[in-house]
Design a protein. Structure first.
Length: 202
């Protein structure tokens, strides 16, 4: 489940000819709402065929992360500062709170720092390798050096141009996950009533 939450790392950059991590941080912190479609491909050790899923995601800086998987089955994940709610079609929602699982929400706090490209927090928790690929393209490679991420991942790679386009996760169990993001939208900058309702939850 923590792997799914890493989609909370929806970063984006300006399409300037030279991109710096400072520019990314400024841009990431200035965007209150991000909407995107995703395709997630998981290659699990010991399985011949990858697991592929599709859906939509929404990140609002004040509300949290909403992740809605449509195929191969319907699943919705809501994550905010106080709770994580997972809903599967036809089943009661499962709720985890900050009190019942403080480590989960330590992880959530770190995700928020990543979401804002907070260089101070990044450098405290990761070995950071940022590269400008030219023509607005960039890559950001993160090697965890602190719990809980160093217990789960070997490395996290992000790449994009105007917006984040790809997240690659290499975990300690030998699994590899790639998340491709498309149709990213930052307007309107405020949530609609329907989007607000998504965060109401149980």
């Amino acid at each position: 489940m923590l792997k799914v939450m890493l989609t909370g790392l929806l970063l984006w950059a300006s399409a300037a000819s030279a991109v710096t991590l400072d520019q990314l941080q400024q841009r990431f912190a200035s965007q209150p709402v991000i909407r995107a479609d995703f395709t997630q491909t998981r290659n699990i050790a010991g399985m011949r065929q990858p697991l592929v899923s599709h859906g939509q995601m929404l990140i609002a800086s004040q509300q949290g992360l909403w992740w809605h998987q449509q195929t191969p089955f319907v699943m919705t994940l809501l994550l905010d500062d106080k709770r994580m709610v997972q809903s599967l079609s036809g089943q009661p929602p499962q709720v985890i709170t900050a009190d019942s699982n403080p480590q989960m929400f330590q992880f959530n706090h770190l995700l928020r720092a990543l979401f804002q490209a907070d260089q101070k927090v990044l450098k405290e928790n990761f070995r950071v390798d940022f590269s400008d690929g030219g023509n607005g393209h960039w890559t950001l490679s993160l090697t965890p050096k602190a719990a809980p991420l160093n217990k789960i991942f070997n490395r996290i790679d992000l790449a994009g141009s105007e917006f984040l386009e790809r997240i690659d996760l290499d975990d300690k169990q030998g699994d590899r996950t790639q998340i491709l993001l498309s149709h990213t939208r930052i307007e309107p900058s405020q949530l609609s009533d329907e989007e607000q309702a998504r965060f109401a939850g149980p």
